[in-house]
Ligand binder design. Structure first.
Ligand SMILES: [Zn+2]
Length: 612
């Protein structure tokens, strides 16, 4: 049994790109832009970028020349003497940190290694010079004067000639040449399904500077954090290529010989992605009162898969409507589902997903990646530090969306996530959710912590504050924090204000420790019931009491440190203050049996003592 669980989990992790997978959804099934609202953020600030790029792509050798004009506005109260750019493609070179990590981690991503006998070899280590990725910055000017810069792996370190003062805007003019790597992870050329160009994290991208300082994370494995702003891309490419991605294509592309120049504009985004292939089919479908959906997929897909891509289109309309209704209105005029990449990954106004999937998997991955538009893109948490807010919240809402659209009516659409978390909590491999995404000892621990434990965070919050309060919290969170960089504390403060309950304990114990929940029924004697707290994490208690006369009563025991109780129809009895290991109450009649949390919404790691 244990082995079976293990296999399911590794299958789950295998498919994790940003993460959605057939196994994730299967497992679970078994079981106008917002403005500042009432919440005042007087101390909140964020940097601003305006990119203008001209790119000339050579589809024969996968090399491209780039010019980038970046107007950077320092909205911080700080004087900046340096800036940093990400050069993500440099990760795809033998000897890079990503390569070193692949060679040292005990459970490397199976897409990034080849297995010869028992030996797993890093695919990056085998790349030849014409197969590697690189971004080579040949010149950089600050307001017209050359500035010093050095490339350290995937980061460009720039020492400024003149500091950028608070409130000041400067212009950086960069010239670079680059090569698209053979696809190893997410981005690259000629992916396993034959898509020519999956262009993600492909341009020199300014690092984010926020209240915690610079976030110039080297590209080792995962997760991103970008600066909000406006993008303008002129892409020159072979005229036979069909291009989809972030941004609105401007009319009347220029054609010059064998090449055409496409002009894209993307307002209010923090990333820009595109994919190109000469053999894409391009379908569109309008969401009523919503965006135009675009679907790009290869015409050489097997007939069955071509049909799945057709069937996916009206379902994507329903997904868009579900997320817009349950979180907040989708604020752009377009969204594209594009065959590309190596699994599924979310980007601005689009996703890249692999296309040769069964229908359930194709729907599941699309629902997950589309949901990321809210919990990653619009509510742009720092994914390196708080990956669980991105993957976990996305998993939660996409599982509810799939449950609704497929009319499954599951008792708990997040049940699979509880099972994953339970396995990790008992495995000895768990690290706190506050661990940086790159620095978990294993991919397994990262995956379950970000996706499953993150999903349980929300589902269980519904248990703590009540389901209606959770729904209101998600909408208020979007309303207050869309187009910004919310932190875990920002989220929990919204939940506190919506519910009127104190929740700092919940955020702290669940995300910054590996404390577990274990409550049990200790003793029943006549009308007297004694419960005990065995785990270190506090929780309020939903209790079902069965009386000897055959009647049943729902009882709610508030957690004292919450300073209140959730809305409930259950009988309210006295608070339980955390430090007391046991709690005794007298019921109105003789008790036959009791059960803690009969709906299984609390991630109690020992359910065997929950009933007596
Ligand atoms: Zn994801």
């Amino acid at each position: 049994m244990k082995k079976v669980i293990l296999l399911n989990l590794s299958a789950l992790l295998f498919f994790m790109g940003c993460g959605a997978s057939k196994s994730v959804s299967t497992t679970t099934n078994q079981g106008g832009s917002p403005t500042n609202s009432s919440t005042k953020k007087s101390t909140y600030w964020q940097q601003h970028v305006d990119y203008k790029m001209e790119i000339d792509m050579d589809v024969n050798n996968y090399q491209y020349q780039g010019k980038q004009k970046l107007v950077y506005t320092n909205n911080s109260p700080d004087v900046l003497n340096k800036v940093f750019y990400h050069l993500f493609f440099n990760a795809f070179q033998p000897g890079s940190e990503m390569d070193a990590r692949l060679q040292s981690i005990e459970d490397p991503d199976s897409r990034m290694v080849t297995t010869v006998g028992d030996v797993k070899e890093s695919r990056i280590s085998k790349l030849k010079p014409n197969e590697i990725g690189y971004i080579n910055v040949t010149s950089l000017k600050q307001n017209g004067s050359f500035v010093n810069h050095i490339t350290a792996g995937t980061i460009l370190e720039v020492t400024l000639n003149k500091a950028i003062l608070p409130g000041e805007s400067v212009t950086f003019d960069m010239v670079f040449d680059a090569q698209v790597p053979v696809q190893i992870r997410r981005s690259g050329r000629n992916n396993a399904e034959g898509v020519t160009l999956s262009m993600t994290q492909w341009y020199p991208k300014l690092s984010e500077y926020d209240f915690e300082g610079w976030h110039a994370y080297p590209y080792i494995g995962r997760e991103f954090h970008g600066v909000w702003g406006d993008f303008d891309l002129k892409l020159t490419i072979d005229k036979n290529y069909v291009v989809g991605g972030t941004g609105y294509l401007q009319p009347n592309p220029k054609v010059n010989g064998n090449k055409k120049t496409l002009h894209f504009k993307a307002p209010k985004v923090h990333d820009f992605t595109w994919a190109a292939d000469p053999d894409y089919i391009h379908d569109t479908l309008q969401v009523p009162n919503g965006p135009m959906l675009n679907f790009f997929y290869k015409k050489d897909l097997p007939a069955e898969n071509l049909q799945f891509w057709k069937d996916l289109q009206p379902k994507t309309v329903e997904m868009m409507q579900y997320f817009s209704e349950n979180i907040g209105e989708y604020p752009y005029d377009q969204y594209s589902v594009i065959q590309g990449g190596d699994g599924g990954m979310e980007y601005a106004m689009c996703t890249l997903i692999t296309g040769k999937r069964k229908f359930g998997s194709l729907m599941g991955v699309t629902a997950h990646e589309l949901a990321h538009t809210w919990f990653q893109f619009l509510l742009a948490t720092n994914e390196g530090k708080h990956e669980w807010m991105d993957e976990g919240f996305t998993s939660y809402i996409s599982h509810y969306a799939m449950d609704y659209i497929n009319k499954k009516n599951a008792d708990n659409p997040a049940a699979g996530a509880y099972r994953g978390y339970d396995y990790l909590a008992k495995s000895g491999k768990e690290k706190p959710q506050g661990t940086h995404a790159d620095r978990y000892a294993t991919n397994l621990a990262y995956g379950i912590t970000a996706y499953n434990k993150g999903e349980v965070f929300l589902s269980q919050l519904g248990y703590v504050i009540g389901q209606d309060n959770l729904k209101k919290t998600l909408k208020q969170y979007f309303n207050d924090w869309a187009f910004k960089h919310p932190t875990p504390n920002d989220f929990i403060r919204v939940a506190e204000k919506v519910s009127g309950l104190e929740l700092e304990w919940y955020l702290t114990d669940w995300t910054l420790t590996t404390n577990t929940i274990d409550y049990g029924v200790k003793n029943i004697e006549g009308n007297k019931v004694t419960l005990e707290r065995i785990g270190d994490m506090p929780m309020p208690i939903d209790l079902e009491v069965n009386y000897t006369d055959g009647t049943t009563e729902s009882i709610y025991i508030p957690l004292q440190m919450m300073r209140g109780e959730k809305p409930t129809n259950a009988t309210l009895i006295k608070d339980w203050a955390w430090a007391y290991p046991t709690y005794t109450f007298t019921a109105k009649k003789a008790v036959k049996s009791v059960e803690i949390d009969p709906k299984n919404l609390m991630a109690d790691i020992n359910k065997t003592n929950n009933k007596k």
